[in-house]
Design a protein around this ligand. Structure first.
Ligand SMILES: *[C@@H]1O[C@H](CO)[C@@H](O)[C@H](O)[C@H]1NC(C)=O
Ligand SMILES: *[C@@H]1O[C@H](CO)[C@@H](O)[C@H](O)[C@H]1NC(C)=O
Ligand SMILES: CC(=O)N[C@H]1CO[C@H](CO)[C@@H](O)[C@@H]1O
Length: 439
């Protein structure tokens, strides 16, 4: 009977607005469940048919009950249903309520875009995030971006010529709202003659927009894309050879807020993106000294063996003078992307945990809670919320920890009153000499 329970649980989690669209899927699932039952045990064929026939009926009953405000959870347990899954914690319920409509696509009906007001997007450079969008109507959101190249101090040792959007790696953070129409204009200022474009994972259509936005040197191209669903998405250049454009720094994040309410507010929102660089050994000059500048290595990239792994484009982006900041008692949200091109990040913040984890940038499902480390594959993103209780320095790492020695480290400095009830010793802290993790 577990199958029926699962079906019921599923029915409970489906917001009302999605019911009609979800029902056929659930029916086919019921059939699939019955097939599995049949397969596992020949004698339960009858049970299988019973399930296949009866599940739609049971489902309808569950849905009907739901509308009546009460759902029979288990044979011995009845709970009043007031919206989200009653088994969730209060915070998770709040989130689920906010996003109950998340499956209600903004784009079901064609709209007359000329009637929508225009607005210029507020774009920010990492680690900053644009303010929450508070309007409750869609706009045509103008997003002007440029492409260029720039010599940058990549590690303490080497400079490297990065390819970028708007002069920075990662590119600007774009914040929008479901229903908005992004009017993207891309100006190619790259004097090396490479074409560039944008493939954004939040755009629906072939290539994520890349073929519509491919610009040659000196050109500007515009295209518009309607945002149909919420979440945190990566954008990147997808001009050939695509891997080289990504490996050189052409990526960023776009956050699409749900139309019916954003995530719960926090004290600080930050933008952090992990990526790798592949370079040749430095040239050696006539004086026998190695150059302080290195170049992209196609062979290393093809072997997927990065020389450098960093947060926000270079080794010192979030250390020394530029840590993320918060005060004791405050909440911190990190919009974390992984551009790869190859490594999956095991993102972790030493000394803290993810009180809320919107896995894979999914803001519709209920978040994970008190998670220590999360996997973020190349081309994906995640949102983590933390609460800072104890003052000191917290370290952002990829817990595949040797990457620390390739540059993957960032600090979050927390100031405020100590909390000896949480964190205490009679000894004073004594970090090991040369430790990058516990400065
Ligand atoms: C990016 O560049 C365009 C064109 O110069 C400019 O309009 C836009 O404001 C820039 N955005 C950021 C975040 O610098
Ligand atoms: C952040 O913390 C580190 C380690 O304690 C310290 O070296 C650095 O000066 C701090 N940075 C700022 C801007 O407070
Ligand atoms: C996600 C990931 O790590 N992918 C590949 C990166 O490259 C190495 C080879 O160096 C592969 O083993 C990984 O599977």
């Amino acid at each position: 009977m577990t199958a029926i329970k699962q079906m019921r649980a599923l029915a409970i989690r489906v917001p009302q607005s999605c019911m009609t669209r979800t029902l056929p899927t659930m029916r086919s699932m019921a059939t699939r469940v019955s097939m599995i039952t049949k397969h596992q045990n020949g004698t339960s064929t009858r049970l299988g048919y019973f399930l296949a026939l009866s599940t739609p009926i049971i489902l309808s009953m569950a849905l009907y009950n739901r509308q009546q405000g009460s759902v029979q959870m288990d044979s011995d347990q009845t709970q009043t249903f007031k919206g989200p899954d009653p088994t969730l914690t209060p915070q998770a319920k709040e989130t689920e309520l906010l996003h109950a409509d998340g499956c209600n696509l903004a784009g079901e009906e064609p709209i007359d875009i000329s009637k929508i007001p225009k607005e210029e997007a507020i774009l920010t450079t990492a680690p900053n995030v644009p303010p929450q969008i508070t309007r409750d109507y869609p706009v045509v959101l103008q997003v002007p971006l440029t492409t260029n190249t720039k010599m940058k101090q990549l590690t303490s040792q080497y400079k490297y010529e990065q390819w970028n959007f708007n002069g920075t790696v990662p590119g600007p953070f774009i914040r929008a709202r479901v229903g908005d129409v992004v009017e993207l204009s891309l100006t190619n200022n790259d004097e090396t003659g490479n074409p560039h474009n944008i493939d954004c994972h939040a755009f629906l259509g072939p290539g994520g927009g890349s073929a519509l936005t491919t610009t040659e040197e000196g050109q500007t191209k515009s295209a518009r894309f309607r945002l149909m669903f919420p979440g945190l998405f990566m954008y990147h250049c997808a001009a050939a050879p695509v891997p080289v454009h990504i490996a050189n720094g052409m990526y960023g994040l776009m956050y699409v807020q749900a139309a019916d309410g954003d995530l719960p507010p926090v004290d600080h929102e930050y933008y952090v993106m992990q990526s790798e660089f592949y370079h040749e050994p430095p040239d050696v000059g006539d004086d026998g000294r190695p150059s302080s500048q290195v170049e992209f290595s196609y062979p290393n990239a093809l072997r997927e063996e990065p020389n450098v792994v960093v947060f926000n484009g270079h080794e010192a982006a979030l250390t020394r003078d530029k840590p993320l900041k918060a005060r004791v008692g405050e909440t911190v949200r990190i919009f974390f992307g992984n551009a790869g091109p190859n490594l999956t990040s095991s993102f972790h913040v030493i000394g803290s945990n993810f009180r809320k984890l919107y896995r894979d940038g999914d803001v519709v499902s209920a978040p994970g809670q008190y998670v220590q480390t999360t996997n973020v594959p190349p081309g994906s993103a995640t949102i983590v919320d933390m609460k800072m209780w104890v003052p000191g320095t917290y370290t952002l790492v990829d817990h595949a920890i040797f990457r620390l020695d390739k540059g993957a480290v960032g600090y979050l400095n927390v100031t405020g009153k100590p909390r000896p009830d949480i964190y205490y010793s009679t000894e004073s802290p004594a970090p090991c000499v040369g430790c990058k993790l516990h400065p």
